[in-house]
Design a protein around this ligand. Structure first.
Ligand code: ADP
Ligand code: MG
Length: 660
């Protein structure tokens, strides 16, 4: 199995390199290179049923033959074939020996393009197979890269039938029986050499099952291993009254429940590994504060990581209201390596360290780190997630995300975590009113905004890109800034974008937060987390260029207080999908509904950034179609896991393919 494919006929040094580029160097890799799709040539069409020009397989007898000589010395062989339902012409040009294998009275299967012309059905140069050799069957099509053809892959696989037969079953016997799965070797043979469609479907089902099963078991194992780690810092659980008096507002029931789940985990002697899911504006920060409070009160340190400097600073400003100012520190890339902050953290003088990923990547050492919180965790890539988990051996981990995803899918992506969900919004929140504003209404919209500014409210204007591009007609943020500043000359208008220095950005954001600036024009740097209660209007220009999740995140910048808020979506002639997104936004404020729609439009792989989560690429499963199978697998896995069987070997899959 681990033998090199160089041993196969037809694969020389040069081909080998081309195969290698596709990730195929060993026989085993070749065997498990599943076809991307299949061409069904097993289905035989009756000639009389062919209405549209397309590719067909037919079964015919040759009933007439004529040879023509044409100008330019070309010869044309014209056959008339019949299948009892109708006849068709089959034409070969310059094919001198054709009659050696295709002749009058012969019976054949033919495959190829059939055109419906004025004088009937015509087929040029079809593929031919005599009846005696059997039909074409179902032809697998592999994903190819340069220098490799489908035929070459098939030829290589045809030499591996013994290896296929020797493939061992990996799934537990009880699972195979319970789910009526075809055994692994047979299924693999069918995958590459299918005879009929229903059999093929069963074989594919088997490997889909296997793929999800391995993934789910690995997740369950990883989760159990985290639970086994020795925890150094068990935080005392604060009383309900203690938590209640921390906050000026009344916690929602969902917040209370999430806080209780988190604090229970932290007080237990196994490490917490919990995801807090909650729509934008649902008040996740309060849960982070309660968790930090428990750790700090028990004498431990807390790290809070946010994806942008703006957001890290905002958290800092919030946290100093809950902890002594000198106990909270902001650590971003602008803090010099030599700063004494590092030694304060090491000495344990600072209790809560808030920062961007600088927090995790730099040589920050803690005296007694007990809790690591990651905000907007979907914004972090695989590497950052990994460095976080590296730092967190035996430490309580809380990750927060505003991307609500259906439970089945979260079990795949966050299968190693416990999940708390906040569905409920704080009381008094009014849903944001969202409108699609067409060009003629633009001026009226500006007047409307002005009236709100006059009443002391604030507004965001969002532009998709900062730089002017020749290719796409975007109003860059700077131009937008010019026009907005001109229009609202009685107010303070400022611009933030990604290319500004962190210091400039922070200054502007702070001024906006404090109300010194009333209108903020920005790129998507404000997308995540930023919280300004008086900001009640967000105008999103070129909204057709944003994805649904992103639009929802952007809208989440308003409606965070008790004032009625508005989201205005501008778009020049949105396409069909963009139109769907915009209409969805005007219909609902519910992040869960939006996430489901997003799933429908984009498919889960893209939406969730499967890759970004550090999961292996799914080779045969299509999460969009295979959701029911996933449910079955999840139930089976849980049963095996709960039975206490040793499942450590599933980890090899993770170690081979996944970043743990
Ligand atoms: P997100 O879940 O998007 O991170 P935040 O934690 O930033 O939301 O909370 C949004 C706003 O709602 C903040 O200004 C916060 O102070 C406020 N808030 C949070 N919980 C409550 C509550 N229970 N009652 C009233 N306001 C709340
Ligand atoms: Mg937040």
């Amino acid at each position: 199995m681990s033998q090199s494919i160089l041993a196969l006929k037809g694969i020389g040094k040069k081909k080998y390199i081309a195969f290698q580029k596709m990730g195929l160097s060993t026989i085993e890799q070749l065997l498990f290179y599943y076809p991307r799709e299949y061409e069904d040539r097993a289905h035989i069409s009756a000639l009389s049923s062919i209405v549209e020009s397309a590719k067909y397989a037919i079964s015919v007898t040759v009933v007439d033959y004529q040879k023509f000589r044409r100008s330019g010395g070309k010869t044309m062989h014209k056959f008339i074939v019949s299948d009892d339902s109708a006849t068709a012409q089959v034409i070969f040009i310059n094919t001198p020996f054709i009659t050696n294998y295709f002749h009058l009275d012969g019976q054949y299967y033919l495959y190829g393009q059939i055109n419906r012309q004025a004088d009937g059905l015509v087929m040029f140069h079809p593929e031919i197979r005599p009846h005696a050799d059997g039909g074409f069957g179902i032809v697998p099509k592999y994903a190819l890269s340069e220098g490799i053809t489908n035929k070459e892959i098939r030829k290589a696989l045809l030499q591996c039938t013994d290896n296929i037969a020797a493939v061992k079953e990996l799934l537990p016997q009880q699972i195979v029986l319970k789910n009526n799965l075809i055994d692994r070797a047979t299924a693999l043979d069918i995958i590459h050499f299918p005879k009929d469609l229903s059999q093929l479907q069963q074989a594919r089902y088997r490997f889909k099952y296997e793929e999800l099963f391995n993934l789910q078991m690995a997740m369950l194992y990883k989760r159990s291993r985290i639970k086994q780690a020795i925890k150094q810092s068990v935080s005392r659980k604060p009383s309900k009254t203690e938590i209640k008096t921390l906050f000026k507002f009344k916690l929602t029931n969902d917040q209370k429940r999430a806080i209780d789940e988190v604090l229970t985990d932290m007080a237990s002697d196994t490490p917490m590994n919990r995801l807090l899911q909650g729509d934008v504006g649902s008040g996740k920060t309060a849960v982070a504060i309660a968790a930090a409070y428990a750790a700090v009160n028990s004498g431990f340190q807390v790290a809070l990581m946010a994806p942008t400097e703006i957001l890290a600073r905002q958290h800092y400003e919030t946290f100093i209201n809950f902890f002594a100012e000198e106990k909270v520190a902001l650590l971003t890339s602008s803090v010099s390596r030599k700063d004494k902050l590092y030694s304060s953290i090491e000495a344990g003088a600072v209790s809560v360290v808030i920062g961007t990923h600088a927090l995790i990547q730099t040589a920050v050492t803690f005296k007694q780190l007990a809790l690591v919180i990651t905000d907007e965790q979907h914004r972090f890539g695989v590497k950052q997630r990994k460095s976080l988990s590296d730092k967190s051996e035996g430490v309580d981990v809380l990750v927060m995300s505003a991307t609500p995803i259906p439970r089945t899918l979260s079990l795949i992506i966050y299968g190693d975590m416990d999940i708390s969900t906040i569905n409920e919004m704080p009381i008094g929140r009014l849903p944001v009113k969202t409108h699609y504003v067409k060009q003629p209404k633009y001026q009226a919209m500006l007047d409307y905004i002005e009236a709100h500014l006059a009443a002391g409210e604030q507004a965001y204007f969002v532009a998709p890109l900062i730089e002017e591009s020749d290719k796409i007609d975007l109003i860059p943020a700077e131009k937008l800034y010019q026009s907005v500043a001109n229009r609202f000359s009685d107010y303070q208008v400022a611009l933030v974008h990604g290319k500004m220095s962190a210091e400039q950005k922070n200054k502007t954001m702070l001024a906006f937060k404090n109300g010194q600036i009333q209108v903020l024009v920005s790129t998507t740097v404000i997308e995540v987390g930023v919280d300004v209660a008086k900001a009640t209007i967000i105008v999103i220009t070129h909204s057709e260029r944003f994805g649904l999740a992103q639009l929802h995140q952007l809208r989440g910048r308003v409606g965070r207080g008790n004032l009625q808020s508005y989201c205005f979506l501008l778009a020049k002639q949105p396409g069909k999908i963009a139109g769907q997104r915009i209409s969805m936004m005007t219909k609902t404020n519910d992040g869960f509904v939006i996430a489901n729609k997003d799933l429908e439009i984009r498919g889960p792989g893209e939406m969730l950034g499967i890759r970004q989560h550090g999961l292996p690429e799914l080779k045969i499963v299509n999460l969009k179609e295979d959701i029911d199978l996933l449910k079955t697998v999840q139930a089976d896995c849980k049963q095996i896991f709960d039975s206490g069987e040793d499942i450590s070997h599933y980890l090899t899959l993770l170690e081979k393919q996944m970043i743990l």
